[in-house]
Write a new protein. Structure first.
Length: 381
């Protein structure tokens, strides 16, 4: 693909971004306002809580050209996990533009708890269960703990606010969330404070192995950012949690020249925007290179051209790119085909319909490979 030099490139009049509220919108403005000044391009930045809508508006309705997310949410969308299993949602031909940040999530508890590690979870432990979180997260945790899911007390909650409130009120012992979430930040202000379950895979490799057998997308490491209860630990470092690298994402058919020039701008202007938001410190070439070792997401054609130009792209990346393209595109095409088959059999395609959910899951397991992170790039002779 031939691309223009950035000085010769005519940027589009407008670039449309959809991000999560409120942190994602703030992050987008922290670098986007500079991009707007440099290029004369109007940056339209919208916010949305619901990841189903964010991806639907990006991939199906094409109201936006870019969003950012991590492997967990992206994997849910590509697998059309229940809440994504709508007719105008689910997987599409997704591509990476650049790195966005390093993310972390985990299980939080009230500060006065005696539960410190998964091994402290016992029969009778009260666990808040949020319907929008994949069951593998809970099942993986209990596999690490060695506790049967039927032996804990499930506290079903309707939304993220109630998810935090039941911890503050002592109605549940632990819940899953993100340390950057506004509701978690507010919950930490309670008189007892918060703590986080230590998912130290190095200290307990056998337990972590059991977790990953059920939830193979999970990777573990210290908190990068968020509330002090997670990032501040005696002796330095942070509590171990579920970690990952988030990417700026777009569709495969977006103009390669736009993606090339966006990647070039992010790389060349890192020093200008890195201190404008705490999350920006990971929006650099080093984090991108680290993330490409493990992700199942393919790169956009324009990004590949730029990485080749700066000498980062290798034969190993070529091999991984082909694998990832085949994987993601098969999900996109398979989901459409599965809906056609469901229509022929008069199965109502709706996330409320268990018959459709089971129909799609059976099709996926029979026809598509698992979405799994890789342990490094392939070896090239």
């Amino acid at each position: 693909m031939a691309v223009s030099r950035r000085s010769d490139y005519k940027w589009p009049k407008q670039l449309n971004l959809i991000s999560w509220i409120p942190v994602g919108v703030d992050i987008a403005h922290s670098w986007g306002d500079l991009l707007q000044e440099d290029t004369g391009m109007r940056l339209h930045i919208a916010g949305e809580y619901d990841t189903v809508d964010r991806y639907r508006w990006l991939g199906r309705m094409k109201l936006f050209e870019m969003t950012s997310s991590g492997n967990f949410e992206t994997g849910q969308m590509l697998m059309a996990d229940r809440k994504y299993a709508v007719r105008d949602g689910g997987p599409f031909k997704l591509r990476t533009v650049w790195t966005a940040s390093k993310g972390n999530s985990g299980f939080f508890l009230r500060g006065d708890t005696k539960i410190r590690t998964p091994r402290d979870i016992k029969p009778g432990t009260k666990i808040a269960r949020l319907a929008t979180v994949q069951s593998e997260r809970y099942d993986g945790l209990l596999a690490w703990a060695g506790v049967n899911p039927e032996d804990v007390v499930w506290v079903d909650v309707k939304d993220i606010k109630e998810n935090a409130q039941v911890i503050v009120d002592g109605k549940a012992d632990l819940a899953f969330s993100y340390p950057t979430s506004l509701v978690v930040i507010e919950a930490e202000k309670n008189p007892h404070g918060l703590s986080w379950l230590d998912l130290n895979a190095e200290a307990d490799p056998e337990g972590a192995k059991r977790f990953r057998k059920i939830d193979p997308q999970a990777t573990f490491g210290p908190f990068y950012s968020g509330v002090e209860s997670g990032t501040r630990v005696a002796g330095g470092g942070g509590t171990w949690c579920i970690t990952g690298i988030n990417f700026e994402q777009t569709m495969a058919d977006v103009d390669p020249q736009l993606v090339y020039n966006l990647a070039k701008w992010f790389d060349e202007n890192y020093e200008r925007f890195k201190d404008k938001h705490p999350f920006n410190r990971f929006r650099n070439r080093g984090t991108l290179v680290e993330g490409l070792k493990n992700t199942f997401l393919p790169c956009h054609e324009g990004l590949i051209v730029y990485l080749k130009e700066i000498g980062v792209w290798t034969k190993a990346h070529d091999i991984r790119q082909k694998e990832n393209e085949n994987l993601v595109d098969a999900y996109a095409e398979g989901y459409l085909e599965c809906m056609r088959q469901a229509d022929e059999k008069k199965v109502w395609v709706a996330r409320e319909n268990d018959e459709w959910i089971n129909f799609w899951n059976a099709y996926r397991k029979a026809n598509l490979k698992e979405l799994l992170p890789f342990d490094g790039l392939p070896k090239v002779k």
